[in-house]
Design a protein around this ligand. Structure first.
Ligand code: C2E
Ligand code: CA
Ligand code: CA
Length: 578
């Protein structure tokens, strides 16, 4: 039955919250009362009809009223059984009391009035008690099994805290019951570096210590508010605060969790200074729906983290909404990575005689409802969220495995071009990733090409240079993407370890508008040739663009004119037929 436990029950507060959540679907007390009333009415009717000599007319026949006694007695028994089945312990106790109460009355009928016809009723009564008891025992077994399942489903194995599922369940329930609360998203600052430098084992022990400090506050009710702390994933936690008197009260509670990290964490011989960022949003003030509320609190958390201030707590404000779409997109990228919805298309590149030169692998991402999202949208989001290397790596792995087997099958002399974000290139293990790609796919190094965008490259030229040199020494080709959109400085090309220049689509678009634009593209091509670069024109859509480019010695063409980005099957068909 849904009788809420008191907060000052002996079990920890967090456990009580989980218990209440599990009990929220139990039969309401009104059902129990209704069954009891039905039972009383049915039993009273049995006594009235059983002794009655009256007859009633039914379909032209006379029926004695006492024959209905059996029907009402069955209804009364049904009420008893239903109480035992649906109303838990209260139902069981009530039904046993009612059944036991009947026994002396039946016995009296038998002994005092010598009425032996009640004997079967007595047996029936005893049998019903046994049935009710069996139902009760069975319910108890199911309950304890459910509790075990609940614990497994709602517990984070590492820290023992409830998990994200429990948090979502609680928030959904509070919203349903319109109970005000604060949803706090917590992220440990710089936790990745603990993992990177000390390893996962130590990292995990740090998380366990943090969780235990926070659980203590929540379980013992130290904050004065009713708190529920959960671990969402890795170093992300969530706190639900209820029963607060003011916003000041919420802040005080969050501060307590913040201050719990002031004391250094000791693991073996190491000492860790840990802090966290807390972003919160209020129901129903800041949002009245789960997803919006959570993304609002995440927006606040990310903002305070970004500010790197000494204050670690921030309340959501609508001004943060500007970055909301960004967050949604970041989450979509994360989700697509986890659920294998990042894939690639291959756009063909041709030489000027229409001989296939190779393909550029272009990332694609599917939303959970199957909508394809454009890389112009999601690549910047992936970069901001620090996920670009995972996106790139997914595209590399998938496209290289496909391309490697296509080479084996066709023996074609074609290249695979992959895009690399400079953020990714700067990662220490980039070279290792590329070596891995070559090894597992079997693509010869000279048939792999890496595209780097010009503008970003110039900004980070010093750091990028060494990495590019090493890649080039491996025999891999390097092309400068979107050439012309950066500083358009041809001078740096001389010192740059690269082989190919991709002239940006914007130049190709304007090329036929004026003689000077055409001359400009022509100049780029001839200077590139002097510097030993080959040139690809990007975004070639029209015949006249192609005519101009072939007239000014452009080496390769990429664009809708000769080929849109293709699926794997279409790309394979293109190679195998040529
Ligand atoms: P990009 O590297 O300059 O790729 C060329 C883009 O121009 C592609 O857009 C391609 O579909 C489009 N395109 C090619 N020919 C034509 C044409 O004739 N007309 C028009 N209107 N468009 C044409 P897409 O696939 O949307 O990619 C956009 C950008 O996303 C790419 O620009 C690249 O910067 C980035 N990107 C794509 N895949 C990856 C990836 O795997 N990793 C990284 N880091 N960035 C990627
Ligand atoms: Ca590219
Ligand atoms: Ca480009």
């Amino acid at each position: 039955m849904s009788k809420n436990k008191d907060v000052n029950d002996n079990s920890p507060i967090m456990e009580q919250t989980l218990d209440r959540l599990a009990r929220r679907d139990e039969t309401p007390i009104s059902v129990f009362i209704l069954l009891l009333v039905f039972y009383i009415i049915s039993s009273a009717t049995v006594s009235i009809t059983a002794g009655s000599q009256r007859v009633v007319m039914f379909g032209g026949n006379e029926i004695s009223l006492y024959t209905f006694a059996g029907v009402f007695s069955s209804i009364a028994n049904l009420c008893i059984v239903l109480m035992a089945v649906f109303c838990g312990r209260t139902g069981f106790v009530a039904s046993v009391i009612v059944l036991l109460f009947q026994i002396p009355m039946i016995l009296m009928g038998i002994i005092v009035r010598g009425n032996l016809t009640s004997l079967p009723g007595l047996f029936g009564n005893i049998l019903t008690i046994i049935v009710v008891y069996v139902i009760y025992l069975n319910n108890k077994n199911v309950e304890s099994y459910q509790k075990k399942l609940r614990d497994q489903a709602t517990t984070d194995l590492l820290t023992g805290l409830p998990n994200g599922f429990a948090s979502t369940e609680l928030i959904t329930e509070l919203i349903r019951r319109n109970i005000p609360f604060a949803a706090v998203t917590i992220d440990i600052n710089g936790f990745k570096s603990v993992n990177d430098t000390m390893g996962f084992d130590i990292g995990n022990r740090v998380l366990i210590e943090i969780a235990s400090r926070w659980k203590d506050i929540a379980d013992k009710g130290l904050s004065g508010t009713l708190d529920f702390i959960t671990r969402i994933n890795s170093d992300e936690f969530s706190l639900v605060i209820r029963e607060f008197s003011s916003e000041e009260n919420i802040l005080k509670t969050i501060r307590l969790y913040d201050q719990a990290l002031n004391e250094k964490i000791h693991i073996d011989a190491y000492e860790f200074v840990v802090s966290a960022s807390f972003g919160y949003a209020l129901f129903p003030v800041d949002a009245d729906e789960l997803n919006t509320l959570i993304s609002n609190s995440i927006a606040a958390m990310k903002e305070i983290k970004r500010m790197k201030s000494s204050e670690h707590i921030l309340h959501f404000t609508p001004e943060l909404l500007g970055s909301r779409n960004l967050l949604i997109l970041e989450n979509k990228v994360r989700d697509a990575l986890e659920n294998d919805r990042i894939y690639f298309n291959l756009q063909p590149q041709y030489d000027i005689t229409h001989r296939l030169r190779g393909f550029e692998a272009l990332a694609r991402m599917k939303d959970e409802d199957g909508t394809v999202i454009n890389p112009v949208e999601f690549i910047p989001a992936a970069e901001r969220a620090g996920l670009i290397d995972s996106v790139d790596l997914t595209v590399y792995k998938k496209s290289s495995m496909f391309f490697g087997s296509l080479l084996k099958e066709s023996n074609a002399d074609i290249v695979l071009c992959i895009n690399v974000s400079v953020k990714h290139l700067m990662k220490s293990d980039f070279i290792e990733e590329i070596r891995g790609i070559l090894k597992s796919s079997g693509i010869p190094a000279k048939q792999l090409e890496i595209e780097i965008t010009e503008s970003i490259l110039i900004d980070s030229v010093e750091k990028a240079m060494d990495c590019l040199k090493e890649i080039r020494e491996m025999g891999i080709q390097i092309s400068i993407d979107d050439f012309g959109t950066g500083y358009s400085s041809l001078s740096y090309l001389n010192s740059f370890p690269s082989d190919i220049l991709k002239i940006d689509k914007s130049f190709i678009d304007q090329m036929n508008d004026s003689e000077s634009s055409k001359k400009y593209v022509e100049a780029i091509i001839s200077l590139a040739h002097v510097l030993d670069y080959r040139v690809i024109a990007e975004g070639v859509e029209k015949q006249e663009q192609f005519d101009t480019l072939s007239g000014i010695n452009c080496d390769y063409i990429q664009g809708f004119f000769w080929g849109h980005p293709l699926s794997e099957e279409d790309a394979a068909a293109l190679v195998l037929k040529s």
